[in-house]
Design a protein around this ligand. Structure first.
Ligand code: FAS
Ligand code: PHB
Length: 393
């Protein structure tokens, strides 16, 4: 059966759902095609920190009520060097900016609820999504649903299908440029219904490796420890994770840490990745389909949001004023911000993690840089302005 829409969106993660919602608010039609079922999409545990720009976008999309009711505004976070804590006062250092702790899981649920409340065309379990006619006049997407072949004719395709989706692969190899750095370690994350050890996040550089104390609410904690790449989750029973967190976060934080059974735990690899350009003909990539950052800087979800802000504005201008300027400039504008966030995420990961090939000199450089940041308002301001999110323009 053939359908038609203005923008075909592949992927119902934060990028695809937010783009669809922003386009709807502006009167532009789209259809979202998602490979997984709704329960799977709504169950994924991912990011936890929203920049102010992301919060503003969710407000514009009309999905920020629960975020404002349940989200936790954070004006600072702490860094720890071998257990010694010091605070980065983001609000003071950035002239009033902050971040909001609110799980990506909740953002996804709020966006799906908004789609379903308006009976928006959000297709779950769309199999074998394929792009056709990218370079021709008739652009369309095919997929299979309940065994039946479907065709979706469209003016544009937004590739919001994450790192492993088909959109980036649709760009000819001779056109695509890829930049990548894989890190020699992963993050083991644990989610537990226990109160957080502090009211703000703690990023810890410890001789044994990195640890992060985060949260989802005053009663739900999210913690991470750096582990070797070949680590097996089965080798990390809860007690071992809590013991390692207590050592790496240091005595002060450990004294306030509440242990409890994990309700989720997983190991994720870390990589830096950028694909250029983020546009090919009438295909536009947004979010993880185009770039990946190590989660140290809490930039992944927020970069997806800033891509979508730029792409939504360009598509809305195209339909409202028949102006192609925003679409022509999308890739360069999005990439300018992407690369700055890639840099910060790469730098922050290098500063806080233990690298297997690290010699004593490299370790002393980490200690010296963290000590410099502890003692310098100028150095802290650099960290703070990147963490709260650089401007869109
Ligand atoms: P997503 O990957 O979220 O969404 C892509 C969607 O496309 C998915 O729903 C997928 O099912 C769908 N899709 C894929 N192939 C398809 C196909 N062929 N057809 C149809 N649909 C298809 N970021 C942070 O800021 N902080 C963190 O702590 C953090 N932790 C993370 C932990 C893990 C394990 C992972 C994988 C990522 C983490 N991230 C984190 C990054 C993450 O939050 C991403 O930046 C964010 O999900 C990006 O959103 P999207 O671009 O929408 O991609
Ligand atoms: C999280 O709460 O999941 C989180 C917070 C900050 C990060 C990464 C992950 O930098």
């Amino acid at each position: 059966m053939a359908q038609r829409t203005q923008v075909a969106i592949i992927g119902a993660g934060p990028a695809g759902l937010l783009l669809s919602q922003l386009l709807h608010v502006a009167g532009v039609d789209s259809i979202v095609l998602e490979r997984r079922d709704q329960a799977y999409v709504e169950s994924r545990i991912r990011a936890g920190v929203l920049e102010q720009g992301t919060v503003d976008l969710l407000e514009r999309a009309g999905v920020a009520d629960r975020l404002h009711a349940e989200g936790l505004p954070h004006n600072g976070f702490r860094l720890a060097l071998d257990g010694e804590l010091f605070r980065i006062d983001m609000r003071e250092l950035t002239g009033g900016k902050s971040v909001t702790v609110y799980g990506q899981t909740e953002v996804t649920r709020d966006l799906i609820a908004a789609h379903q409340s308006r009976n928006a065309p959000l297709v779950f379990e769309a199999e074998d999504v394929s792009l056709h006619g990218l370079d021709g006049d008739a652009l369309f997407v095919t997929y299979r649903r309940d065994g039946a072949e479907q065709r979706l004719d469209c003016d544009y395709v937004a590739g919001c299908d994450g790192f492993h989706g088909p959109s980036r692969a649709a760009i000819p190899a001779e056109v695509l440029r890829v930049y990548e750095r894989e890190y020699p370690f992963g993050w083991l994350g644990i989610l537990a219904d226990v109160p957080p050890c502090d009211h703000e996040l703690i990023y810890s550089n410890h001789a044994r490796g990195f640890a992060l104390a985060s949260m989802r609410s005053p009663t739900r904690s999210r913690y991470y420890v750096q582990v070797p790449l070949d680590e097996k989750l089965a080798d990390w029973p809860d007690e071992r994770i809590w013991d390692e967190l207590a050592i790496r976060l240091g005595e002060e934080a450990a004294s306030r840490m509440t242990r409890g059974p994990s309700i989720e735990k997983s190991i994720a690899p870390l990589r830096s990745f950028v694909a250029e350009p983020m546009r090919h003909g009438r295909l536009f990539l947004a979010g993880d389909a185009a770039h990946i950052v190590p989660p140290t800087g809490a930039k992944g979800l927020n970069l997806a949001a800033s891509d979508v802000a730029i792409l939504a504005e360009a598509l809305i201008r195209r339909y409202a004023h028949n102006s192609h300027e925003g679409l022509e400039g999308y890739s360069a504008r999005a990439l300018a911000r992407v690369w700055k966030a890639e840099r910060f995420s790469w730098w922050f990961t290098g500063l806080t993690h233990r690298f297997p090939d690290m010699d004593p000199f490299a370790r002393r450089m980490q200690v010296a840089e963290l000590s410099y940041i502890r003692d310098s308002a100028a150095a802290q301001r650099v960290v703070a302005e990147n963490y709260v999110g650089l401007p869109l323009h």
